[in-house]
Design a protein around this ligand. Structure first.
Ligand code: GLA
Length: 320
């Protein structure tokens, strides 16, 4: 019998920067997805989920993850497929999935499931899976296949390498990462606000827009605000300004964490929210209100929308 788990994640700062090779600062949550089960001789994966009456049955080798039902099984099949297609043997498996992550709320329940599946594959004696960056890249490809959304690497890499109670600074260009302890003086507060609407199509549109920006002015990760001003299209200029200033905010946030400059942390979160709302336009009036309301509570330093946007969660920092 094996038991593996993978946590959800919340992003403290650095949203919509990963797919242009920028900086992100997510952290893993205590809530997690667990898979318990055993390897079997038959060439199949059978999983039951505590959150879905329909079981998942997939024959190995996986042929088309996008055709799998129930749909959460596409993440599972996608990860198995990523290992099988470069010749790594994946044994049959029968098990059960449980999670205390709210599903589809923007805390990366899908990436947690993907990394948990990769850990099941890694638990097979003849297929060691020990490079977390390799695991994250496979899981990212599986997510893209399962959903058709051209997501970045943040969620999967944070989940694959994150340490409890630490933020993970990731440079999404070279996939280097570093754990950063959070000051004892603060708590991170995460609250679900609203389901995400139109998130997939709007996300893909943002990826296209930033790619159009990069065709005009070169890599956003090294662009300056003067480069941004050269863009003629006002929408592309706003998108680019968000990314350039957000990368700067991630650096400043890390400095403020290390200097325990609590007011700076709050100010950067509030600025990040405003940039997501005004320039990147991934917020909604409901999310704007929720972030402002959280930031105004006694003891709160600041708050912002976290993740892909168009709903989901807000994250804030509170003095202990
Ligand atoms: C989603 C994607 C990530 C990242 C965030 C926005 O969570 O999966 O790759 O782009 O949105 O920061």
């Amino acid at each position: 019998m094996i038991s593996v788990a993978a946590p959800g994640r919340v992003n403290l700062i650095g949203d919509h920067t990963d797919y242009t090779g920028g900086l992100v600062l997510p952290m893993v949550l205590e809530r997690r997805t667990t898979i318990v089960g055993e390897f079997v001789d038959e060439r199949r994966w059978s999983l039951v989920s505590a959150d879905d009456p329909d079981p998942l049955e997939i024959d190995l080798p996986v042929v088309d993850p996008t055709a799998v039902r129930p749909t959460w099984g596409r993440y599972v099949a996608g990860v198995v497929h990523e290992f099988e297609r470069d010749g790594r043997p994946v044994p049959g498996f029968v098990g059960r999935v449980t999670t205390d992550l709210p599903i589809g709320s923007g805390l990366s329940s899908s990436a947690a499931l993907e990394v948990a599946v990769a850990r099941v594959v890694g638990a097979a004696a003849d297929a060691p899976v020990d490079d977390p960056v390799d695991v994250a890249l496979r899981c990212q490809r599986a997510e893209r296949t399962a959903t058709g959304v051209p997501c970045g690497i943040m969620d999967q890499l944070c989940i694959a390498v994150g340490r409890p109670a630490h933020a993970t600074l990731i440079d999404c260009h070279d996939l280097s990462f570093r754990s950063i302890g959070l000051p004892d003086e603060i708590d991170v507060v995460v609250e679900f606000v609203a389901p995400r609407a139109l998130a997939a199509s709007a996300y893909a549109e943002r990826v296209e827009q930033t790619s159009a920006v990069e065709s005009a002015i070169g890599p956003l990760r090294s662009a300056t605000l003067a480069d941004v001003e050269r863009l003629e299209d006002p929408v592309l200029r706003r998108r680019a300004r968000h990314v350039v200033t957000e990368n700067r905010r991630v650096r400043d946030f890390v400095d403020a964490l290390e200097a325990i400059d609590l007011p700076a942390l709050g100010r950067l979160m509030t600025e990040s929210h405003r940039s997501l709302s005004d320039d990147f336009e991934t917020s909604t009036p409901t999310m704007d209100r929720a972030a402002a309301e959280m930031a105004s509570r006694p003891g709160f330093l600041g708050a912002r929308l976290t993740g892909g946007g168009f709903g989901g969660c807000v994250v804030g920092l509170r003095r202990k």
